[in-house]
Design a protein. Sequence first.
Length: 418
Amino acid sequence: MAFLKNLRRRIGLRIAGIKNAAADWPTAFRSWFWPTNVFSSLTATTLASSETIFAAISKISNSFGTLPIGLYDDHYHRRMNPAAELLTYGPNRNQHRVGFMTMIEALRNSAGNGYGLKEYNARYEVDAINLLDPARVEPVIETTTRDLWYQIDGDAGRYYVHNMDMIHVKHVSTTGGVGTVNYKGISPLDVLANTIEFDQKVREFSLDQIEHSVRASFILRLGTMLDTGVNEDGTLKDDSNLLSALNAFKAFYEENGGVLIEQQGTTITPIEQKFMDTKVFEVGKVTKVRVYDVFGLPDPEAVGYNSREQEALRYATETIMPIAVQYEAEFDRKLLTPAERRQGLHFKFNLAGLLRADLATQMDYLVKGVRTGLFTPDQGCAWLELPPYEGDEAAWGKRHYMSRDISPVGSTKPPTAQ
């Protein structure tokens, strides 16, 4: 009896959390997006003042946002269900797939966490996934069941959502105390706080040098002493001989395309300007290396690559693949039913687009793939975004082949035209 009572209590708590957060979504969270978007203020100062960090987050977010995602079975046949339709075409009524994926990944990389609240329809089906402000979400553990819940500070009050009703992607976490786990990811911007501050101080110092440095370009030495005719405020009088000589020098320089002529008794010496110390550029390089390390980006300047393919391979495997696997695990667990998972259904990002090489390398890969039966000619056409075989040759394009040289797999006879 105690077990059944505890089970009913857990189900009741979860349903209550769903009702509070999902059913009241329009009134509780509308002001987060209208009339202004609360995300516009998130780490805006840091991102706007650091080109290196902005570039790193933009590169990762844009690359990840453009990756195709699909629902597949164990034999990698494409499948479709309501959740797959959401992730393929648009997770909510305000965003398409690319915008949603780019934004949640940008939030993960700036705040350390990206949250998407599942919204249900009357049939208890996931109808939308809405992004939340990470600053208003806090992971908490329920004391009795030890289940993970999310505390959301909405405009209409505080809400609690069970972890199965929240998509949560994050950076690494640590323990949050004695024997407890912190389910909140660490913000990369917090890790880079000292690097960002030092870089900004160096930039400010360099700009200060430029603003307050000597503006003179030449030293003009005259063979005779001229009447300075200085005013009380230290400026030259309009009728002074020194001012006349200075104006004549400037006019001659402008009218003769920068060419100067030294007359007898006159010496013109250019002033060498040194506004920037080489250490400023060294600091910039150090900042870039640290930012790339924190975000897991390979630095093409620090590592030699024999080809663009090697650079793209390392970026896909070391940077994008771990991110994609985290999203896939989150979608599989929270957007698929246990029955669908038992059927072998799973979400998968297609990283092939990041690994595309030059056309010659692609053609070599496709020819070898067709000749070894790895894929059909029609699949090779799809890789190159070309139409499949049609008409009497349609059956040939759907068959697998092997070098014999060259026959359909399992048969020496040509296929019958469909």
